[in-house]
Ligand binder design. Structure first.
Ligand code: CS2
Ligand code: MG
Length: 403
């Protein structure tokens, strides 16, 4: 059995910060796990270095479930984004090792492929509706079958999801949080116009998605869902803050627009009511923030009982290590829905060489043993950590609001 002899936390910033855990075994096998928590990277890096790595040395790397339970129950202070991201990194690295020792890609260890490929969605955004639709056309030309639409809001200086460089949207943009201003009434007017223009330009054979990003009350979300129904959205994401899972009962009473939630969830308990009462249609929890492949499979299995499908988060602030692990998970779960793929910059891809590929709107993790991804430490060392916060959001009267 491969015994863990070392584990290192690598913080690197090829254009944005990433935290990677690399576990080493006595037979020389190594495994990697993503531990990136956007805007709180060093919290996870320290948690791993100080409170996880010392407990891993000498353990049997094959005992993934036992180590998971040890790090979850043994922490006493369970759950939360920092703890569960740290556990996720260990979990991904151990699945990577198990695959390498077995000589199999991880999806084969998870029961094999349930589909030929993984449908992904890209992000089209722009300051105006016209600009957004033009970028969406480009994604359509690249073969995407699903496209997320986010556009600027007239009268607002910034809006969620609209990047400065159009292609690679990076929200962690400053050494201290930038302050955005938000107006729900202005926003509610523009989204139906955006979807109408997009359907007109792109037709009906492409899935169109939208991320509300936690900013509406339940009844406002119900109203927007109803306004968008004629344009058949694939999903409305994070319609309202989901700490109160029951809030989604109100949205469900007013619209049949499909709902997706969960990118900020870190355990099955965050989604239990939403899934059991079928208050959502897609669960967005990810391998990197919800305890790794081991825990995400539990969430997917519960979701499968209630016809809820997966729709994992896949923003640029989840590293190619998380992308690789997500694709092995996506390929193997029966109730797969869709995978977000915001793409990474060329300098990020160089630091994280990987086997996964994109073609015709679909992705595949590849058949390299393990996760099929690694970190080039010689390159990584050249990119120093640079503190970067996510923005905060305020209403026009100064009230602090969800970003
Ligand atoms: C967004 C994310 O991709 C999404 O659905 O919600 O880009 C989110 O804003 C970032 O991951 C936050 O770091
Ligand atoms: Mg989102």
């Amino acid at each position: 059995m491969p015994k863990i002899v070392a584990a290192r936390v690598i913080v690197t910033c090829p254009g944005r910060n990433f935290v990677t855990l690399k576990i080493e075994c006595d037979d020389g096998t190594t495994g990697v796990g993503d531990a990136t928590l956007n805007g709180r990277e060093l919290a996870v890096a320290t948690y791993l270095t100080e409170h996880v790595v010392p407990c891993l040395i000498g353990r049997d790397a094959h005992r993934i479930e036992d180590i998971w339970q040890y790090l979850y129950k043994g922490a006493y202070w369970r759950r939360g984004p920092v703890t569960m991201t740290a556990i996720a990194a260990v979990d991904m690295a151990l699945w990577d090792i198990k695959g390498k020792v077995a000589g199999l890609p991880v999806y084969q260890l998870l029961g094999g492929a349930c589909r030929e490929g993984v449908m992904v969605y890209g992000h089209a955004n722009g300051t105006t509706i016209e600009e957004t639709v033009e970028v969406a056309r480009e994604y359509q030309r690249q073969g995407y079958k699903a496209i997320r639409l986010q556009c600027g809001v007239p009268g607002m200086t910034s809006s969620y999801g609209v990047s400065k460089d159009r292609y690679f949207y990076e929200p962690a943009d400053a050494d201290l949080p930038t302050e955005n201003v938000w107006s729900t009434s202005k926003y509610l007017r523009v989204v139906p116009e955006l979807f109408a223009a997009a359907r007109e330009a792109l037709g009906w054979d492409v899935h169109l998605l939208h991320d509300i990003h936690h900013r509406l009350t339940p009844i406002e979300a119900g109203r927007l869902g109803r306004d968008l129904e004629p344009w058949r959205p694939f999903w409305l994401e994070d319609a309202t803050p989901a700490e109160n899972q029951a809030a989604f009962r109100l949205i469900r009473q007013h619209t049949t627009a499909p709902l997706a939630v969960g990118e900020i969830f870190n355990s099955i308990w965050d989604a239990k009511t939403l899934i059991e009462e079928q208050l959502i249609d897609y669960i967005r929890a990810t391998v990197v923030h919800a305890g790794g492949i081991t825990h995400l499979r539990r969430i997917a299995a519960l979701a499968d009982l209630y016809q809820v499908r997966t729709g994992c988060h896949g923003a640029t602030d989840l590293s190619p290590v998380a992308m690789a692990a997500a694709l092995h998970f996506d390929l193997s779960v029966p109730n797969f829905g869709i995978q977000e793929y915001m793409r990474h910059t060329p300098e990020t891809d160089a630091v994280f060489p990987h086997a996964y590929s994109f073609e015709g709107g679909m992705m595949h993790p590849g058949d390299a043993p393990g996760l099929g991804v690694d970190i080039d430490e010689a390159l990584a060392v050249g990119y120093d950590y640079k503190r970067a916060f996510l923005p905060v959001n305020r209403l026009e009267d100064g009230t602090l609001w969800s970003w």
